[in-house]
Ligand binder design. Structure first.
Ligand code: FES
Length: 70
């Protein structure tokens, strides 16, 4: 399966994982949700939430930094 609107550019898009945090993607990014709607970010680096705690999903809002009291 290929990504929607996959590009044939020579330079690959760089994606990397912050330890315990978001997935960082070189922008701009157009994110396609499960329902087919899209959300766009024109930032040079876009942080995608991987912890599922973000209130602005699919983007990271730093909620992954909060610790739960034991
Ligand atoms: S990874 Fe940062 S809020 Fe989820």
């Amino acid at each position: 399966m290929s990504a929607p609107n996959a590009s044939s550019d020579e330079t690959p898009t760089r994606v990397w994982q912050e330890p315990g945090g978001p997935m960082l993607v070189e922008g701009p990014v157009e994110f396609v949700r499960e329902d087919g709607t899209t959300v766009r970010s024109d930032r040079p680096v876009v942080a995608l939430c991987t912890c599922r705690r973000s209130r602005i999903a699919p983007f990271c809002d730093t909620s992954h930094r909060r610790r739960v009291r034991e």
